[in-house]
Design a protein around this ligand. Structure first.
Ligand code: ATP
Length: 358
């Protein structure tokens, strides 16, 4: 595996607070790697240590074979894009982008060529003479990204760069960021608390909780096979059921008993023991609602249910249903005939839709 950046057992404490508590991560060259977690989980502190604005209390940072742990920020081949753009208000777009190269005393022709290339990449060639105040939020952020990429850093750090933009613009900028990444190929480390942003942008994501890494995987891996209920609940919506392992079955399946629902066939890992208490996670869109008792495939689970409420969201609808003592959330494409509130029906799902997470 090509480990371009190694974060090795890094700690940063503020008094008794363990902001970053023994983080180890291997990041590959050219990937978009996100640090995702709730406010206060330590992602910005970790990013600041990569930039050189914070010093680790312990641990090492190795970039492309070079130990950068003790290097000052200006000597690291690393640039940062912040949420608030941090552009120079008195300089034009052109001068903002050229700034880093001027400081580095690069030759004039080189600066001109690099700035023109960046302006073309962010499609702001026509706005080169404008001041930041004359640009929209999305345009300002594109200038900030161009300014951070113009001197070809090995690593681009992005700290919630889209947080100040409205939803539509944020979605547009995500596509734009991917297009920029495809052009420059620089390794991006992207900090966000927004799971949608991380899922749609990243090659891999580290989910962080209280200074520690909970799980590292691809967006699909995290969504479909979360290792813990924290990850399952943070990435997307999830239903949880507490159960007890009854017997192991073939193909990684298990029979579990859930109070009030009886026996269900779910998916688990080989180390689970008969009698062990487990937590099972089912995504709302993996649950199916029908009026009649469905014809089941092998192992499929079916439960009689009562529909408590249905909410229409355009492309899909969400229902809250009652199965025995449990309330579950179901999501279905709105094209499907939905059951009405206060009617009886059946809820069914495949064993692969229900995974043991804890
Ligand atoms: P957010 O998304 O809110 O920025 P975060 O996950 O990026 O959250 P950090 O900014 O890394 O979290 O902060 C982690 C913890 O460390 C928080 O509890 C924060 O209050 C604390 N912290 C960060 N910097 C300092 C500091 N300089 N002094 C004391 N505590 C700090």
């Amino acid at each position: 595996m090509n480990d371009f950046l190694s974060i090795e057992k890094v700690f940063r404490h503020f008094g008794p607070l363990r902001a970053v508590d023994g983080v180890t991560l291997q990041i590959r060259q050219g990937e978009i790697f996100s640090l995702l977690g709730p406010s206060g989980c330590g992602k910005t502190t970790l990013l600041k240590m990569l930039a050189g604005f914070e010093k680790p209390d312990a641990g090492r940072l190795i970039l492309n074979g070079q130990d950068i742990t003790d290097l000052p920020p200006e000597r690291r081949p690393v640039n940062t894009v912040f949420q608030n753009y941090a552009l120079f208000p008195h300089l034009s777009v052109w001068e903002n982008i050229a700034f880093g190269l001027r400081i580095a005393r690069r030759p004039k022709v080189e600066i001109t060529a690099a700035v023109e290339r960046m302006l073309a990449m962010i499609q702001l060639g026509d706005h080169a003479k404008k001041k930041p105040a004359q640009l929209s939020g999305g345009q300002r952020q594109r200038v900030a990204i161009a300014r951070a990429l113009v001197n070809e850093p090995k690593l681009l750090l992005l700290d919630e760069p889209l947080a100040a933009l409205d939803l539509k613009l944020r979605q547009h900028m995500l596509a734009e960021l991917q297009a920029i990444h495809a052009q420059v190929g620089t390794t991006f480390i992207y900090v966000t608390h927004d799971q949608g942003e991380a899922l749609s942008l990243s090659h891999r994501i580290a989910v962080m909780e209280a200074g520690k890494v909970s799980q590292v995987d691809s967006p699909r891996g995290l969504y479909e096979a979360p290792a813990t209920s924290f990850v399952a609940g943070f990435i997307g919506d999830a239903n949880f059921l507490e159960g007890r392992v009854e017997e192991p079955l073939s193909h990684g399946r298990l029979r579990v008993t859930v109070a009030g629902l009886g026996r269900l066939v779910v998916t688990g890992h080989a180390t689970l023991l008969v009698g062990q208490t487990v937590r099972v996670m089912v995504r709302p869109e993996r649950l199916h609602l029908t009026q009649e008792r469905p014809v089941l495939t092998a192992g499929e689970n079916a439960l009689p249910t009562r529909i408590e409420s249905v909410t229409y969201f355009g492309p899909h609808a969400k229902a809250q249903v009652r199965c025995g003592p449990h309330t579950l959330h179901v999501q279905q494409p709105s094209g499907k005939t939905l059951l009405a509130t206060d009617t009886e029906g059946w809820l069914h799902f495949e064993p692969e839709a229900a995974r043991v997470v804890d």
